[in-house]
Design a protein around this ligand. Structure first.
Ligand code: UD1
Length: 439
């Protein structure tokens, strides 16, 4: 396995390029399945999740080619004839559940494994299933699989209201309804830029969709969609992560440039909180300049669906708060149990307490380098950020979590001035040679 070794105290000078969005790339790939022909997707990040999903697409009969060096993918969906997504792949990545909508839309039926648990607590898919039913699918559960069938091979469309608003369910319902027989409406739909960009691809393919980026999306089903060439958006969560890194580890008063960025996708809640810390924020067309302040101010946040503060940035924000002078709070209202990074940050000396869905952080105490374990994607990157400002060396184990969602993270940070390197290790090695203590 790989680990990252970060030596704290080196200045992040920049520039840092932002890659294509992971959470947009996956639904774009699913959309390509809806058209009989070859779609080309540009700016697809070279990530483990993208490769896993490419394999899910291949099982259905699509021919997928990924030119990692050029970040370009072609999906030839002419041969899609096997409407199934197996447990072995769905368990690796929950977004494989997009196959439910994509296969229903393309083949009129689907057999997709239920995703199961997740490192950050329960993540149900009830809205996906109820929405498909509302749009005319017959749904049953068989041996851990969802089997969905459209009467006469094509969904009717319908009206579905989500509570809570869900990114994944909105995407799945758009995939399913674009080629339905009649009109559909999704109420309390997700407004996330990832959903809007994906919807734009469907429109380019010939789908009739109104209301993208609002909470009511209307779809008029069409008979068929055409293959397209589409450019993925820049990753807003990677941009937010790099902004936090620059505010903590940049040289005070000197701007760090983040390139290939889409600052308009950050949302006002994150930008407001960020500027309240005292960090300088100067957005351009496709870049952002961040200037670290002399002293970070503690700013409490509460996550919410877009345009609220993203849950995917709360772990990184918690690390920023350890560097601020004073106390602040992070509350996650989207996922109540997403705090696996806190015990690891304790090992680095952080003063943070979890109470239900909140973390209280007393900042201003220097962090110390330690060996810590990455448990999921965003928790993992938060530990790398902590390592950048800690005294001494931090070893972040289980880097495969990071490789799921950050393209060449260590390479990018190293080129921007951070002392970080990747080494292989044996997780089960026993360095002392002694027997482990008995339980
Ligand atoms: C997506 C993102 C993930 C991000 C999350 C919230 C991808 C691949 N992943 O995940 O990085 O953290 O949005 O911004 O894009 N819910 C239900 N029933 C359902 C579905 C969801 O109750 O059927 C609840 C969830 O438990 C959660 C909330 O809805 O509390 C939002 O989840 P959702 O937007 O669906 O997240 P994902 O699409 O899984």
């Amino acid at each position: 396995m790989d680990k990252l070794i970060v030596e704290g105290g080196h200045t992040l000078a920049g520039p840092l390029p932002v890659s294509g969005s992971k959470n947009t790339a996956l639904p774009l790939m699913a959309a390509a399945l809806l058209a009989d022909g070859v779609s080309t997707l540009s700016r697809i990040p070279d990530l483990r999740d993208v490769k896993t999903f490419a394999n899910v697409l291949r099982i259905s009969g699509a021919a997928v080619r990924f030119d990692e060096a050029r970040n370009e993918m072609t999906v030839d969906a002419s041969g899609v004839n096997y409407p199934e997504a197996p447990y072995e792949l769905v368990k690796k990545m929950r977004a494989s559940f997009y196959m439910l909508g994509a296969l229903l839309g393309r083949c009129g039926r689907a057999r997709v494994s239920l995703p199961g648990g997740c490192a950050w607590g329960p993540r149900p898919v009830d809205l996906h299933l109820k929405g498909m039913e509302a749009f005319g699918a017959d749904i049953r559960l068989e041996h851990g699989y969802v089997v969905a069938e459209a009467k006469d091979g094509r969904l009717d469309g319908g009206v579905f209201r989500m509570d809570p608003s869900s990114v994944g369910a909105t995407i799945n319902l758009l995939l399913a309804s674009a080629t339905a027989r009649g009109p559909s409406r999704i109420e309390n739909a997700a407004r996330e830029p990832d959903v809007a960009t994906f919807g734009e691809m469907l429109r380019k393919m010939g789908a009739s969709i109104e209301g993208l980026g609002t909470d009511t999306i209307e779809v008029e089903g069409v008979d068929a969609l055409s293959p397209v060439h589409f450019y993925n958006a820049s990753d807003r969560i990677e941009l937010g992560t790099f902004m936090i890194a620059a505010a903590m580890a940049g040289e005070p008063g000197r701007a760090v440039r983040l390139t290939d960025a889409a600052p308009e996708h950050l949302g006002p809640a994150f930008v407001d909180a960020f500027t309240e810390t005292g960090a300088g924020y100067r957005p351009g067309n496709d870049y952002v300049e961040v200037t670290a302040p002399d002293e970070l101010q503690p700013v409490s946040i509460e996550t919410a669906v877009y345009p609220g503060f993203p849950t995917d940035l709360q772990a990184q924000w918690t690390v920023l708060l350890t560097q601020a002078r004073g106390n602040a709070r992070v509350r996650d209202t989207v996922y109540y149990d997403r705090f696996k990074h806190i015990p690891e940050l304790h090992r680095m000396g952080a003063n943070a307490i979890v109470v239900q869905n909140e973390v209280f952080v007393a900042g201003g105490k220097p962090l110390q380098g330690a060996t810590v374990m990455s448990t999921d994607l965003r928790a993992g990157v938060s530990l790398v950020l902590a390592g950048m400002v800690a005294e001494g060396e931090t070893h972040v184990l289980r880097v495969y979590h990071l490789d799921r969602g950050y393209e060449d993270l260590d390479g990018k940070l190293a080129r921007a001035g951070v002392a970080i390197r990747r080494v292989q290790y044996d997780e089960f090695a026993n360095p002392s040679g002694n027997e482990p203590p008995e339980e």
